[in-house]
Design a protein around this ligand. Structure first.
Ligand code: DHE
Length: 513
């Protein structure tokens, strides 16, 4: 390498360490941000990647570097990100199993809650300011415990059906099992190098982990022993893929995974009888014509016309309403996939970049008094909430909001749905309240001008709403869900998501699953 080239390479390396390493990892293997490797960037053309560095990326924490780096420096960083790492780090059976830490052996802790609070009305609050988790008593609206978490937890923590255990996933692959009744971390394992999220099976026996790196879906048992690694690629094994997300579909006794780089959706059965059902046969325990499962913990692939980056289940878990993040400007970016027909059955009219994973549903009466189930989704790119009729798949209303938002929440006992505008510079401090009957915005809350205000969760009975003042010296601001008056503040270090045990395990229609 000539001297000039060497100097350029070392500048690029220095720029990477200064501007990129904190989020994407000093070794480019990912951290709070995704891994920057040619495989992971396959769907992004280089000029687009340069634009992302210059202008930032909507809906993420990726800032704009256009003011700090020259066009040549940006180009050099992109070339660096598209250079393969050799040898690629391996994270397979040996590495996963060796990483497992057990702090309390199964069965060694008492089988009843070691506190007086209602175990069904506890909240788990992720505080990303100092990477801690707080446990709150949802009746007294007060913390009962706080502990250090792994670095950069992301996605919803997932509970076992009895609410006793909760599993957290960190962006760098750690899965943590926490005993809610004994308030103890009991086991941990590193299931990947760069992880999206985790799901817990409806029978509480399995944990599925969706990875970006390596390209795998990892199945653990409930004690975090490795059960199976499913390498993720297309049916010919030619193109491997990151997993966008995995969710539990309890009524189907399966995990459903969305893939980022292959146009397929995967369904992995955890039905213990799955091996007894020959592939291609109609199975009797859940009769559906043409449905079959290819055995226990094996993926059943459905081929799609488009990628599925983000999705929402219908109540029966038979359909997923999904969207790709390919073309934020396209008018029709959504699809409905029936998991038994194993194909797209409808298009969804969803402009911008809908965030279906944050969708919620409720029963709504139209002008003729006819009851319908509607689904509402925020939009990461535009200030609007799309309301979709879940029978006809038509968009019945687009509600204009202050700005692009990330999350939505409601509760069966509340007439209001809450949404934020946290992706907007001007209105990130404003929460808007939608009347679920009239589909109109009826109130706005801006408790601390200029400070990010987003993500709410209701108490078990739906009487109070806990909202995040999303700042390092932030707070949970608690509102009366009916009068919308503030009732209390609990100081917190950048509280992100919060999750109520009851709402989660009963799969309340107002919260994420
Ligand atoms: Fe998330 C959930 C994907 C950026 C905070 N986010 C999820 C889930 C997915 C997802 C698939 C559902 C997981 C589940 O329920 O287990 N998130 C993505 C992205 O693709 C995106 C846009 C880009 C990325 O960086 O990966 C992204 N997410 C963010 C953020 O920048 C947020 C605001 C801050 C952070 O901590 O990283 C963020 N995501 C969250 C939260 C949830 C979440 C708080 C859980 C929501 C819930 O209430 O269940």
């Amino acid at each position: 390498m000539a001297m000039a080239q060497l100097a350029e390479a070392s500048d690029t390396h220095a720029n990477f360490q200064q501007h990129c390493a904190a989020c994407h990892g000093a070794d480019r293997l990912g951290g709070i941000g995704p891994a920057l490797l040619p495989d992971n960037l396959a769907r992004l053309r280089k000029p687009e990647a340069e634009k992302v560095i210059r202008e930032g990326r909507p809906a993420t924490q990726m800032p704009a570097f256009g003011g700090k780096l020259s066009a040549e420096e940006v180009k050099a960083l992109v070339d660096y990100a598209y250079t393969p790492i050799k040898p690629m780090p391996v994270w397979g059976e040996k590495e996963i199993s060796a990483s497992r830490i057990v702090s309390y052996a199964p069965g060694s802790l008492p089988d009843k809650p070691q506190f007086s609070a209602d175990p069904m009305n506890l909240f788990v609050v992720v505080e990303s300011g100092d990477h801690h988790v707080s446990i709150l008593d949802g009746d007294k609206l007060a913390p009962i415990h706080r502990f250090q978490s792994r670095f950069a937890l992301h996605g919803g923590p997932k509970f076992t059906p009895d609410g006793r255990y909760v599993f957290f996933a960190s962006r760098d692959g750690w899965i943590t099992k926490f005993d809610m009744w004994n308030l103890k971390v009991i086991a941990e394992v590193r299931a990947g190098i760069n992880t999206r999220n985790a799901a817990v099976s409806g029978d509480g026996k399995w944990v599925a982990v969706a990875n970006y790196l390596p390209h795998s879906l990892v199945i653990l048992d409930a004690d975090l022993n490795l059960a199976k690694i499913l390498p993720v690629s297309d049916k010919d094994g030619k193109t491997s893929s990151r997993v966008s997300a995995v969710y539990d579909a309890s009524p189907r006794q399966s995990f459903v995974a969305a893939l980022k780089d292959v146009k397929e959706v995967w369904e992995v059965s955890y039905n213990p009888k799955a091996d007894e059902i020959p592939t291609g046969m109609i199975h009797d325990f859940k009769y559906r014509e043409g449905a079959f499962i290819p055995g226990f913990l094996n993926p059943r692939r459905s081929q799609l016309d488009d990628y599925l980056d983000d999705f929402y289940f219908t109540q029966g878990y038979d359909e997923v309403m999904g969207a790709s993040r390919n073309d934020a400007k396209s008018a029709v970016s959504g699809q409905v996939v029936n998991l038994d027909a194993r194909k797209k059955i409808a298009n969804l009219e969803l402009p911008g970049m809908p965030h279906l994973g944050s969708g919620i549903s409720w029963k709504w009466k139209d002008k003729a008094g006819q009851e319908r189930t509607v689904m509402a989704t925020p939009n990461l790119n535009e200030g609007l909430i799309s309301i979709i009729d879940m029978k006809t798949w038509q968009t019945i209303k687009q509600i204009k909001t202050r700005g692009p938002g990330f999350f939505m929440r409601s509760h069966e006992n509340s007439r209001y749905a809450w949404t934020d505008s946290m992706m907007s510079k001007e209105f990130k401090d404003t929460m808007q309240i939608i009347d679920k009957e009239t589909l109109e915005i009826v109130a706005e809350l801006k408790p601390e001008p200029g400070k990010t205000f987003a993500h709410v969760e209701f108490t078990k009975d739906g009487k109070y709403v806990l909202a995040s003042l999303w700042e390092d010296n932030g707070a949970l601001i608690i509102y009366d869900a009916a009068t919308l008056q503030e009732v209390k503040r609990l100081p917190m270090r950048k509280p992100v998501g919060k999750y109520n045990v009851w709402n989660k395990i009963t799969k309340s229609e107002g919260t994420s699953h």
